[in-house]
Design a binder for this molecule. Sequence first.
Ligand SMILES: Nc1ncnc2c1ncn2[C@@H]1O[C@H](COP(=O)(O)OP(=O)(O)OP(=O)(O)O)[C@@H](O)[C@H]1O
Ligand SMILES: [Mg+2]
Length: 487
Amino acid sequence: MDARPLDWTEKYRPKSLDGIIGNRKAIEIIKQWAYKWAKGIPKEKKGLLIYGRPGTGKTSAALALAHDMGWNYLELNASDTRNYRAIRDILGGASTSSALFGTGSQITLIILDEVDNMASRFDIGGWSTILQFLEITRQPIVLIANDFWNGVVPNLKIPLNKFYRLCEIVQFYPPPYKAAKAYLINILKKEGIGFEEEAIDLILKKNIVENENVDLRGAIRDLQAVALGKRRITVKDAELVGWRDREANIFQTLGIIFTARNFRRAWLAALRVNMTPDELLEWLTENVPKIYTDPEDLALAYDFLSRADVFLGRSIRRQAYSLWAYATELMSGGVSIARRNTSAKGSWKITSSSWKKTYLSVKGDLDLIKSAAIKLRHVLHSGWKEFIREDLPYLRLICKKNPKVLASLIAFGNLTKEEAAAIVDEDVSSPIVKEAWEIKSQIKDEIVKEMHKVETKKGEKEETHKEKKTPKKTPKKKIKPKTLFDM
Ligand SMILES: Nc1ncnc2c1ncn2[C@@H]1O[C@H](COP(=O)(O)OP(=O)(O)OP(=O)(O)O)[C@@H](O)[C@H]1O
Ligand SMILES: [Mg+2]
């Protein structure tokens, strides 16, 4: 989940292809490919493969293309297993799925992100299914990969020239130094933050990846970290940023947090680790008692960790992801300054966290409960840990008394039978799971109808209420991403 609204990489993600820096040749090819689709279904090259190293603007380009062309889009990526199942279903029945492959004039751009992971990680029939999909599709498809030669080609199992007939192929490169610098300066101007030019140069230099090219995403992240709470950035601020090691490693990060004794340094390290705050919290909780041998240090560190946990809980419940930032500060900076008496010398052994240890009292298959909880978080508005800790005991009771409740969870969370059984801690062949499974579609229809009634009534009320006060505005037409569940 890379969805912190205050994250500058999101805030300044280019909306249009013209906003993407560098990569002009690739963008011209992308535009030509799209114009062909706008005229009708092309016979060849129905797909477009964009490949290139992380953070070069590939996903942004695909989204910007949909925006520029006024197309809907449907985005599927490798980190979303829910979507993976859905892709598999759709790909499996592609030719008969009339909603997606219908003859309507509205074009929907299908974006299959991270295809180099997709094909190997999940059982979606692999590349053969994707290739088949490229032959029959009636909608434009963008495939995105990091590594074409090592990640895609070896898996194709068809001659390359055949693939070239199915796909236009473009490579994205990290943008050149000068353009990246202008981009960062533009962000600072928009944010109203002053700067010493050398500070920007220092941040850029620490993010150089190839020759004179820059990892722009990394540079934007560092810029935001340095700029936080500042009206002007100086070289001294920029010096705080470490040299970006490609995969900021969790062990190194914990090492920095435990030894820094400096709030800001620890916090910068936490920002750079490729992990969500709740994962980092688990690692810290697991390791703090092994490292902080002094009871006072330990108590204070735990105090910070529990506060961070409260913020994380709130951010998930209220869907206010900006609170994540506070949680990260508390857990990293807090733990770091809590160490007063514990010596930094000696051999520290950092171990990986096991989330299951926290839930020893919960009966049932924890892996299945976790995957069900992740699927249900949009319905229940709670994170998976809260679900297990707080909701599950009650929900289990209610479901056992009333299979309709279990049926509705199955329907709205798209749960598998095994996951449903884990929620009630019963066998898949138990009467309650069987009954819920049989009535799931019927229950979904009933609930949707009920919700529709309530919505219509509410809408009518609001309309009459509004009309008295303000003149009616014509709603702006939004390009809404379809989800597979709208099909
Ligand atoms: N060429 C670019 N032009 C403008 N902004 C860029 C460019 N490349 C990266 N960025 C910035 O970096 C962020 C990440 O870019 P994006 O998500 O498109 O990268 P990606 O190539 O899809 O990376 P990954 O392979 O990790 O998915 C964007 O939101 C944007 O702020
Ligand atoms: Mg991407």
